[in-house]
Design a protein around this ligand. Structure first.
Ligand code: F6R
Length: 584
């Protein structure tokens, strides 16, 4: 949520920062802003996406710039609320990601001496720094940070100072090390074009960037040395590469990403499987799409390993903390590894000394670094706000773990490899065109329902989430047996209802549920290996021993994508949303 990108070096900072902001747009796109320095500090702020601003290339050249793309929390999407925020003397500019919880108290105190121009929590920071400038810029920033409660990743510049100063607590910040040039960003894709050498900042660390970088612990006030890592992601992975949208590109990558997800250290997977089998309680903890992957996997664990896994929404985890002991395994699942609720759950679990084994995509993310053991889903950068390839990768990895718990690691790998092969069949132009035609047919419907049973119940939930978030059609997913307990009342003539009818033990029942809907006028879209008389529209999917949840979600993701496009939206940047949800 909110993206930061800053640069200091020999090249043109305004160009690098505006380009970086475009790459970070998935973190927030309500408004954006940049402060750049020559003999004075220039500030540009605009409402909307930076991608829509054509003057970026005409900004004055500079060698120091800080930029921000915003997902509004405190105060609406206005120019005044856009970052950077500045001090009264207009010499200090600050960009911030996170939430300052005590900003109201601070603002009340500062308002006696400072003029506020925005409704944001962030604006207290430049004023606090200004108050302490008699200590020097670096000490003034430290003094300001001491007053803040909550989460922050901040970067500050001063008109008369060479240094850029950045610090973090609870929100991500990564340094990029180029040849005589430095980058600071919320996420690596912002500067991947220029360097893949990075240092991940940890909480309560401050960095000063001048001709060289120095990192300090805010707890001890001492300089610290940190390891440089090399990021394996390529720039190509972080670009659209000819696709009209990242979402379509990422859906299309799934045959490959599935294979990478199951390419895991066998010994490590088996070791964790053994620990789950020892059985003192295992919790899957996640949000949104990742939660749906966890819920699907809990059915797979139940069937294959006869094990019950507790699946808890990370934001609800505080109500379950009481069961945790040092023998409990907590398995957080997260694409970004920065989701605030997930990190909060991990913190609580660590306090109870439970073991944390995370399933995470982003290298160097906070979750990865806070885990006792981690498995990377290897999906590469996921830029579209709606999660697609990360979902199937999470599901594949969790399924492999379930097979490993049953002593069938090799068999699990084979099933998943087969499934990856089947997904390829659905990524053809013809298949996409069939789904696009369906989208064109139902695009003006107000409501859409989706049903599935067993492993396909969470797939119904995930389908509904995908359709809602990118097309803004109201969609709801249900377990097949549940619709008649109330929601059937909403079915009218022509109401579209997607039915996942896989070749499994639930096929007869789910087809009966489809009949019940059709009898009330519903328009039945069957996603199944075989056609059936109940289907009004049939989408044939492969199912010869593959894993049906992974197979079924592909046409659903495509349908969400084409519904969005047919309705004239940009599926990559749905309204009101942001990629990494770094606030609770
Ligand atoms: C929906 C979506 C979100 C995320 C959720 C968790 O398409 O992307 O629901 O799944 O915000 O994010 P991560 O996996 O980064 O923890």
């Amino acid at each position: 949520m909110c993206g930061i990108i800053c640069y200091k070096g020999k090249k043109n900072a305004t160009e690098i920062v505006t380009d970086g902001l475009k790459r970070l747009e998935y973190r927030g796109y309500d408004s954006w802003g940049i402060a750049f320095k020559n003999d004075k500090l220039d500030i540009i702020k605009k409402v909307g996406k930076i991608g829509d601003f054509y003057g970026a290339s005409k900004l004055k050249e500079s060698h120091v710039a800080i930029g921000h793309t915003r997902w509004a929390t405190h105060g609406g999407a206005t120019e005044a609320n856009a970052h950077p925020h500045i001090s009264c003397d207009k010499k200090i500019a600050v960009v911030h990601n996170g939430i300052i919880e005590n900003f109201q108290e601070l603002r009340k105190e500062l308002e006696k001496r400072h003029k506020f121009v925005s409704e944001t929590d962030t604006e207290v920071i430049p004023h606090l720094i200004e108050e302490n400038m008699h200590l020097g810029f670096e000490e003034a920033v430290k003094a300001a940070l001491k007053r803040l409660e909550g989460n922050y990743a901040i970067v500050a510049v001063h008109e008369k100072e060479e240094k850029i100063i950045a610090a973090k607590k609870g929100s991500p910040l990564v340094l990029g090390l180029g040849d005589g040039e430095y980058f600071i960003a919320s996420d690596v894709p912002a500067f991947l074009k220029h360097t893949n050498k990075v240092i991940f900042l940890d909480d309560e660390e401050l960095v000063t960037i001048n001709k060289e970088i120095k990192i300090y612990s805010l707890k001890t006030n001492k300089e610290i040395k940190k390891e440089t890592s090399e990021i394996k992601w390529t720039l190509e992975q972080a670009q659209k590469n000819g696709y009209p949208h990242y979402m379509l590109k990422e859906i299309s990558e799934q045959k490959e990403t599935l294979k990478r997800a199951i390419n895991q250290d066998e010994k490590e997977i088996k070791k964790i499987a053994e620990e789950i089998n020892k059985g003192f309680g295992t919790f899957f903890v996640a949000c949104g799409t990742a939660y749906h992957a966890a819920l699907t996997a809990s059915y797979i664990f139940s069937k294959i390993t006869k094990k019950h896994i507790n699946v808890v929404l990370a934001s609800e985890f505080p109500s379950y903390e009481h069961f945790l002991t040092e023998k409990t395994l907590v398995i957080p699942i997260s694409q970004s590894g920065e989701t605030a609720d997930v990190l909060e759950a991990v913190k609580a679990a660590k306090e109870k000394k439970s073991k944390i084994i995370s399933i995470v995509n982003v290298t160097g993310s906070t979750l990865m670094r806070q885990s006792d053991v981690f498995f990377q889903t290897n999906a590469g950068p996921e830029i579209a706000v709606a999660s697609t390839k990360a979902f199937t990768s999470q599901l594949a990895l969790l399924t492999l773990l379930a097979y490993a718990c049953d002593g069938k690691f090799e068999e699990g790998k084979k099933v998943l490899e087969k499934t990856a092969g089947y997904t390829g069949e659905m990524l053809s132009k013809e298949f996409g065109e069939q789904i696009r035609k369906l989208a064109a047919k139902i695009k003006d419907k107000e409501h859409l329902f989706i049903i599935g049973r067993s492993v396909n119940y969470p797939i119904a939930l995930e389908t509904a989430l995908k359709i809602k978030e990118v097309s803004y059609i109201h969609a709801e997913g249900f377990a097949g047996g549940e619709l008649k307990h109330g929601t059937l009342a909403l079915i009218e003539q022509g109401t579209p209802c997607i039915v996942f009818a896989s070749d499994d033990d639930n096929k007869k029942e789910i087809l009966s549920n489809a009949m019940e809907i059709k009898a009330r006028g519903g328009y039945i879209i069957g996603i199944s290996p075989e056609n059936n008389e109940v289907f009004d529209y049939f989408i044939k999917v492969p199912d010869k021993g593959g894993l049906s949840p992974i197979i079924n979600i592909i046409p659903a993701q495509l349908l969400a994508y084409y519904l969005s496009v047919e309705r004239g939206h940009n599926p990559d940047t749905p309204k009101n949303l942001a990629k990494s949800v770094t606030v609770k």
